[in-house]
Design a protein around this ligand. Structure first.
Ligand SMILES: *[C@@H]1O[C@H](CO)[C@@H](O)[C@H](O)[C@H]1NC(C)=O
Ligand SMILES: *[C@@H]1O[C@H](CO)[C@@H](O)[C@H](O)[C@H]1NC(C)=O
Ligand SMILES: *[C@@H]1O[C@H](CO)[C@@H](O)[C@H](O)[C@H]1NC(C)=O
Ligand SMILES: *[C@@H]1O[C@H](CO)[C@@H](O)[C@H](O)[C@H]1NC(C)=O
Length: 546
């Protein structure tokens, strides 16, 4: 009793302290004390922001391309009111010194509050974007009783250059994410978060990222739920040889010819960040430029060295059941990136003239013969024996969507539910309204994000009686319930979002109202499962097929 009275006084004193310190709050983590700021969200709730927390040493100089090193501590109180720099962006903005994360806490942090945590890995093709509030403001989520963590990680050549050996084994950007996640696991209790209730969550390249953490041997125990949104590792995996070749071609494009990894990397570390951003057209071969889907500086498999994030193909790990067994929420938007193919006339004519060579290498099948055979079937299934042309856009858009997003998501859902008892909550976001981005094909890639994060360049209708805000609140309840309970609708809300199973094949169709639907794109997905089954890629340097 007396103890209780004392702690009550302590709480009151703490609150006084908080008020008298003009909306500043201190929290002590392993490295030292942080001073956050109390702010008001767009939903008129109060939260505390801790921004620009270093989780790794600045990856500059000798640390460029290297695995991230844990950040040092500091003396005294570190101001956490400002974001750390974005990582280097395609336009040259940002900085290499960018390995910072942000923690947003509802109200003020209370140690022992054990709030669930959403840990956000942003998208942007491993190429651009950041965890800052330009696109990822916490205002909506923070009003639903969860802690939000957003991070920066190294992008493009800074994050994904690989020499395919011990000099630069690759996936530094994934290792940044892993270090940030480890930081959250170790420190989030100081903010009132529950280290045993961390939901790992990412969209687009962030979805590719978090699904890779799902199957990485490094990630066990770091998260207890996962949300894989509009993207995963299935659509492609550049081989380690290809990644190595790209690194040497980058050197050559900058005038440095060698076949020695160490010499190459010493040179690449001596070049300033701006000069390192060589136009990718100078690095890619003509053949690569015509591939159906390809980009330099993607994640890759790594040599089998200590600290490796991924030494065999992610698909193989999934098939073998070698993944963290946690509840999964995953889905797509209704239009995703499908229409993008219509803006690529060279790819379309390459598909028409040489379909098998253009599409085959992107199919997840273990031999070139199987890829070619499946490509021929895909052509017939989508285009019959007609010409492939933007004049007949629908089959092109369908194929591109299926290839890049719909089939990878569906295949992951089917594989996990076929091999485990884990609950998998599957959705399609398809909300149409003028004020948010829609196209004639439906809700495009990323159009769901402004319903989860406050974007600075977006105009919102926050009237709780508007369709837009109802959809937003529906989505926010589903996401935060999943973070809290591993179930987006622990009670009918008003419908129950039933987990996927192979009999009902349920998914949540998110429109102005949410309805439980069945068998998403069944005919196309069944065709893929039968003719392009989920198997590791050909020509990839992994322990399964060297
Ligand atoms: C927030 O509060 C302001 C001032 O009271 C009010 O005008 C606004 O409508 C509120 N916004 C929301 C989303 O409730
Ligand atoms: C990078 O080096 C080039 C010359 O090679 C120079 O023009 C440029 O200003 C440098 N950029 C930075 C950010 O130092
Ligand atoms: C919405 O469209 C505008 C204009 O095309 C674009 O600048 C913005 O990035 C889009 N927002 C999203 C979330 O895709
Ligand atoms: C669903 O999965 C179960 C267990 O793996 C299997 O016995 C059953 O045949 C499957 N049903 C369908 C419709 O595929």
């Amino acid at each position: 009793m007396e103890h209780r009275a004392t702690s009550l006084v302590a709480v009151l004193l703490l609150q006084l302290l908080v008020l008298s310190k003009a909306q500043q709050v201190e929290v002590t983590v392993q490295q030292g004390t942080l001073r956050g700021v109390v702010e008001q969200s767009a939903y008129n709730t109060s939260y505390t922001a801790f921004r620009g927390i270093p989780y790794a040493q600045p990856p500059v100089g000798e640390l460029r391309f290297a695995d991230p090193q844990p950040a040092d501590g500091w003396e005294g109180v570190r101001d956490a009111s400002e974001y750390g720099s974005d990582c280097v962006q395609p336009d040259g903005s940002g900085s290499e010194d960018c390995l910072y994360l942000n923690v947003y806490v509802p109200g003020v942090p209370e140690e022992g509050a054990k709030l669930p945590v959403l840990f956000w890995v942003h998208g942007g093709g491993f190429y651009y974007n950041s965890g800052s509030d330009t696109e990822h403001g916490p205002d909506f989520l923070i009003s639903y009783g969860v802690i939000l963590v957003t991070i920066n990680y190294r992008l493009a050549q800074f994050g994904f250059l690989s020499t395919g050996d011990e000099v630069v084994p690759g996936n530094a950007g994934f290792k940044d994410q892993h270090l940030a996640l480890t930081w959250a696991k170790e420190n989030i209790a100081s903010f009132g978060g529950d280290p045993d209730q961390i939901t790992l969550w990412g969209q687009s390249a962030g979805g590719w990222s978090v699904s890779s953490h799902l199957v990485s041997p490094l990630s066990t125990g770091l998260f207890s739920k996962i949300i894989i949104q509009s993207g995963n590792f299935i659509p492609l995996l550049p081989s380690m040889e290809l990644a190595r070749q790209n690194a040497f071609r980058l050197g050559a494009a900058l005038g440095f010819e060698t076949d020695d990894s160490q010499q190459l990397v010493d040179f690449l570390r001596s070049v300033n960040a701006t000069d390192l951003q060589v136009d990718s057209s100078l690095v890619m071969s003509d053949q690569e430029k015509q591939l159906f889907s390809y980009s330099l500086w993607y994640p890759t498999t790594e040599p089998d060295l200590e600290g490796a994030f991924m030494t065999e193909q992610a698909i193989q790990r999934l098939i073998d059941g070698e993944f963290v067994h946690v509840p999964i929420m995953t889905g797509v938007t209704s239009a995703e990136l499908g229409a993008r193919i219509l803006t690529q006339p060279d790819t379309i004519s390459a598909m028409n003239d040489r379909f098998i060579e253009t599409v085959g290498p992107n199919l997840h099948l273990p031999t070139v013969e199987q890829q070619q055979e499946a490509a021929a079937k895909l052509r017939e299934f989508y285009f019959g024996d007609g010409t492939i042309s933007a004049d007949d856009p629908e089959p092109l858009v369908n194929l591109y969507n299926d290839f890049l997003m719909f089939e990878p998501t569906d295949a992951l859902v089917r594989k996990v539910t076929e091999t485990t008892d884990l609950p998998v909550f599957y959705y399609e976001f398809d909300y149409h309204v003028e004020s948010v981005n829609v196209s004639e094909w439906g809700a495009p890639h990323s159009s769901d994000l402004p319903f989860l994060f406050l974007r600075k360049d977006t105009v919102y209708n926050l009237d709780p009686n508007s369709d837009e805000d109802k959809v937003r609140r529906n989505l926010l309840r589903c996401y935060t319930n999943f973070a809290k309970y591993g179930n987006p609708t622990p009670e009918a809300d008003p419908v129950v979002w039933e987990a996927y199973n192979n009999e009902t094949r349920s998914y949540m169709l998110m429109q102005a109202t949410f309805t439980l639907s069945q068998d998403k794109d069944a005919e196309r997905m069944d065709f893929w499962e039968e003719n392009v089954p989920l198997l590791p890629y050909a020509n990839t340097y992994s322990k399964h097929n060297v």
